[in-house]
Design a protein around this ligand. Structure first.
Ligand SMILES: *Cc1c(COP(=O)(O)O)cnc(C)c1O
Length: 313
C-alpha cells in the first residue's frame, strides 16, 4: 500500500489576490477504499492486535461512517473478524457504506440513539465485552492514543516534502488533530476546523488524547464558527461554492469534512486572516465514500458529485 501521499500546489485567483500560497496533502489518494485519516488512525490499532488474545475488532459509527467503511476493509485485508455497532435501523444496511462493509465481512449490530450515546461509558463497554468476548474495542472514529502515532506520519512525510507556516485539518472527534499536534511538536501553526456544532469540548478531547504532554503544545487551535449548521449540514450556497472550487482546482472534495475545511479557508482568506506571503498546507483527510450516501439521500446530485472512479470500477 502506498502510504506516502503526494503534496500538490493549488492555484486559485483568491489565493493569488491575497498573496497566499496553498498546498494540499492528498491523503485521499493513499488507498482507494481506506483513504485518508481513517487509514492513518487504524494502522497502529491493527498492528497492536495480538491474534492470540484478540479475535477481532469492534467499533462504532453512524450509518454513513467513513470509519466503519475503512475499518471493514482493513479487517477484510488483514483477515480479522470485525463488528460494527451502528447507530440506526436495519434498513440502513442497504446503503452504500454499510452494504460495502458487510460485503467485506463486517457484522453489523444496529442500536438506537439512546444506546449509541453510551458508546464511551464503562458499563456499556463492559456489557459489550461480555457479549463479544475477545474483541479489541476501538472508539468511534478510531480516535484513541494508538491512532496518534499513525497520524503523526503525516508530519514526518511533510517534513520531507514541503515548507509551510500553517497546517489546516477538519476536526470531527479530534484524533487527527491530536496526532498532528503531537508529531509536529510546535514547528508549525495548526488550525482545526470543527465540522460540528460544539462549545469547545473538542479542545478538551484533543488535550485528553495528548495526555500528560498536552501542556507542551501551544501552537494549535480549533475554530468553531465554520460548522455551517452542524454535522453534515450545509446550505445550497455552500454546495454551489464548493462545487465551483472543486471544478476550478480539479480536486475531489465532499461537504462533510474536507469541503467544510475548504469553505472555512475561503472565508478566512477573504477576511484577511492570513498575512500576505503566508504558506498554508491543507490536509485532505479523504472520506469521499461519503458522497454515495449524500447522493442516495438526494442531499447532493450525483452528476455534480460523482464518486471517484476507483469506487465504481
Ligand atoms: C473522521 C474524519 C475526519 C475527522 O477526524 P477526527 O480524527 O475524528 O477529528 C476528517 N475528515 C474525514 C474525511 C473523516 O472521515
Amino acid at each position: 500500500m502506498n502510504t506516502k501521499s503526494p503534496v500538490q500546489q493549488i492555484i486559485h485567483p483568491l489565493f493569488s489576490a491575497h498573496q497566499i500560497s496553498v498546498a494540499i496533502k492528498r491523503d485521499d489518494l493513499i488507498h482507494p477504499v481506506i483513504s485518508g485519516n481513517k487509514w492513518r488512525k487504524l494502522k497502529c490499532n491493527i498492528s497492536a492486535i495480538d491474534k492470540a488474545t484478540h479475535q477481532g475488532i469492534l467499533s462504532f459509527g453512524g450509518s454513513y461512517s467513513n470509519h466503519i467503511h475503512a475499518l471493514a476493509y482493513a479487517c477484510y485485508q488483514h483477515k480479522l473478524p470485525c463488528i460494527g455497532i451502528i447507530r440506526g435501523e436495519v434498513e440502513y444496511a442497504k446503503n452504500f457504506t454499510l452494504a460495502s462493509a458487510q460485503q467485506w465481512g463486517m457484522q453489523l449490530h444496529f442500536v438506537d440513539r439512546k444506546t449509541y450515546r453510551r458508546r464511551n461509558d464503562n458499563d456499556y463497554l463492559a456489557e459489550l465485552r461480555q457479549q463479544f468476548a475477545n474483541y479489541f474495542i476501538v472508539p468511534e472514529g478510531g480516535s484513541n492514543t494508538l491512532a496518534l502515532e499513525g497520524v503523526g506520519d503525516v508530519i514526518n512525510e511533510l517534513n520531507q516534502q514541503a515548507e509551510f507556516d500553517t497546517l489546516i485539518t477538519p476536526v470531527g472527534s479530534g484524533g487527527t488533530l491530536a496526532g498532528l499536534v503531537q508529531a509536529d511538536n510546535n514547528q508549525h501553526q495548526l488550525l482545526g476546523i470543527a465540522v460540528l456544532k460544539q462549545q469547545g469540548y473538542l479542545t478538551d478531547s484533543v488535550n485528553a488524547l495528548l495526555g500528560e504532554q498536552a501542556s507542551k503544545f501551544s501552537n494549535w487551535q480549533i475554530l468553531n464558527q465554520f460548522h455551517r449548521g452542524g454535522y453534515a449540514k450545509f446550505s445550497a450556497v455552500d454546495v454551489q461554492r464548493l462545487l465551483t472550487f472543486k471544478q476550478q482546482v480539479n480536486i475531489p472534495f465532499e461537504p462533510v469534512y474536507s469541503g467544510k475545511m475548504i469553505l472555512a479557508l475561503l472565508d478566512l482568506i477573504e477576511s484577511g486572516y492570513f498575512p500576505a506571503g503566508h504558506r498554508i498546507m491543507l490536509l485532505h483527510t479523504g472520506g469521499l465514500q461519503g458522497l454515495a450516501g449524500l447522493c442516495e439521500r438526494k442531499l447532493l446530485n450525483d452528476e455534480e458529485w460523482p464518486l471517484p472512479e476507483y469506487f465504481t470500477e
